[in-house]
Design a protein around this ligand. Structure first.
Ligand code: SF4
Length: 492
């Protein structure tokens, strides 16, 4: 890693500095500018925050660090990579519920009650270990750094880019009255894409292939927190896939903000990446985490159908089954295209798992528009829904839209679609009864193995053999009960 920096004074009356830096990691170069609040002095050629010693990033022996991740798979991948930096520097990783010297919270801006949950977590952590330092990173830290610094007892708040340099900021005296806050001035200036993948869960690893989003969805804060779409060099992703496979991980989940928008250099798109990863020696399972309907091409479907490692499971956000609401959301498709994509999946991969995100209670969604969504969903063949209740978020276009839906109606609509999801999920699962499925077992408890089929059904098998955890076996599926299919192992 090459790390260069220089300082420019900013005329702001808040003793605010602009800090320019060039960062090179894994061949990705990024130039960027960020703000430092409450910094006391500026060194002539190197940064000298009064409480930060940049020359001593390696800690005293046996310092303990604990991580907590809120939000998406991308956050998990990034937390995991940051935690490996700490372990390489000699820190001992510990559970977040244990006493540690440093607690790192990787935040989200999307989850409901993000602010309240984050505050609770900080307070609980301070009660557990009052002398410890708390560092806050992630999307919420990028969007609300001042609020976090002013209203919670944390020590460091780092924005979108600097989170990967956290280790350089933590060896200082704790003083939550004056937290160190570094936030990118403008996420538009984020050009590089820092590679990350998660390890720790033996069966599955989240591999980040892409970050940011160029889409303008009116309810979404992710582009504000993570910047424009950018992708990781496929050569690096092949190398990381080899690393993950060599650690005995069976399944890799391709992760990003807008995975279908993966593009690197000339013509290297998601299909190209799948073709590269599919032939990595030892690769067993690749899952695409989520893909926008307008980006799920027939070529991708045909490739998946012919691949032994890329799994027949697609999570395809819909968000609304009303064309009027899709227009207000500024989604890039209408229901006709969505329906046609689902038909194409079913034509090429009849038993693929299909998951759908849907938002209820978006402004302007009156009862008639909601019923349109419900009928649309009833009319298509999918295996589960993720139902989100719309909530107003600062800095989004939709916060000012007329036609707000009452909270009671939002909750009732969520309930209605959750029930629909349960029914569709059961119907899809029952359709698989009697079939043979390859199942990756993830856990064992009280004589029962649990795992996931290739098409993302939860399967349970009665067995005393705990060694089958992290193994793939062929299972004959039996009855559907307790929200999962019961099965019998045929071959290992
Ligand atoms: S596609 Fe829309 S909802 Fe998804 S990250 Fe981009 S802007 Fe947000």
């Amino acid at each position: 890693m090459i790390y260069q920096n220089s300082f420019i004074r900013n005329k702001s009356n808040r003793n605010r500095l602009c800090y320019q830096a060039k960062l090179e990691i894994y061949g990705c170069t990024a130039s960027f500018t960020f703000r430092i609040f409450q910094a006391g002095r500026i060194g002539k050629s190197t940064f000298s925050h009064p409480r930060v010693n940049y020359n001593s990033t390696m800690l005293k022996n046996e310092q303990k660090v604990a991580f907590h991740t809120i939000g998406c798979k991308l956050n998990y991948a990034e937390t995991s990579s940051i935690s490996r930096q700490f372990e390489s520097a000699g820190y001992v990783k510990t559970d977040f519920h244990e006493v540690a010297d440093l607690y790192v919270i990787n935040t989200c801006s999307v989850t409901e009650n993000a602010d309240r949950d984050f505050r609770k977590l900080v307070n609980r952590t301070k009660r557990l270990s009052p002398q410890s330092k708390i560092a806050v990173i992630g999307c919420y830290a990028q969007l609300k750094p001042d609020l976090i610094a002013e209203t919670t007892a944390v020590d460091v708040v780092l924005g979108a880019r600097e989170k990967f340099n956290l280790i350089q900021y933590v060896n200082f005296e704790s003083n939550p009255q004056s937290p160190l806050v570094i936030q990118d001035v403008n996420v538009e200036e984020l050009h590089g894409c820092i590679p990350s993948y998660s390890v720790g869960d033996r069966t599955r690893s989240f591999l980040k292939i892409q970050d940011g989003c160029d889409y303008p969805c009116t309810y979404c804060t992710i582009p504000l927190a993570r910047g424009r779409s950018r992708s990781i060099d496929p050569d690096i992703l092949v190398q990381q896939t080899q690393e993950i496979v060599s650690q005995g991980v069976r399944e890799i989940v391709l992760t990003g903000v807008n995975v279908g928008d993966y593009h690197f250099g000339d013509g290297q798109d998601l299909l190209h990446l799948l073709q590269r990863l599919d032939v990595v020696e030892g690769i067993e399972r690749i899952r695409i985490s989520s893909i926008e309907p307008n980006l799920l091409t027939n070529e991708i479907l045909e490739f998946v159908a012919g691949s032994t490692s890329v799994l027949p499971h697609f999570h395809i956000p819909l968000q609304s089954g009303s064309d009027k609401i899709l227009g207000l959301m500024k989604r890039r498709y209408k229901t006709d295209l969505y329906r046609e994509r689902i038909h194409s999946v079913r034509k090429v991969l009849p038993e693929a798992g299909i998951g759908i995100d849907v938002i209820v209670g978006f402004p302007g969604e009156d009862q008639a528009e909601f019923e349109r969504t419900r009928h649309f969903l009833e009319s298509i063949d999918f295996s589960y829904l993720h139902v989100f209740t719309y909530s107003e978020r600062p800095n989004t276009e939709s916060i000012n839209f007329p036609g707000k839906v009452s909270m009671i109606d939002r909750k009732m609509r969520n309930r209605a679609l959750t029930d629909l999801s349960d029914n569709k999920n059961q119907a899809f699962a029952r359709r698989q009864m009697g079939t043979l499925q390859n199942v990756l077992f993830e856990s064992w408890e009280s004589g029962s193995l649990s795992g996931m089929s290739e098409n993302y059904l939860k399967i349970r098998v009665q067995s005393e053999n705990q060694d089958l955890v992290n193994q793939i076996a062929q299972v004959e599926l039996g009855i559907f009960t307790d929200e999962c299919l019961q099965g019998t192992i045929i071959t290992k």
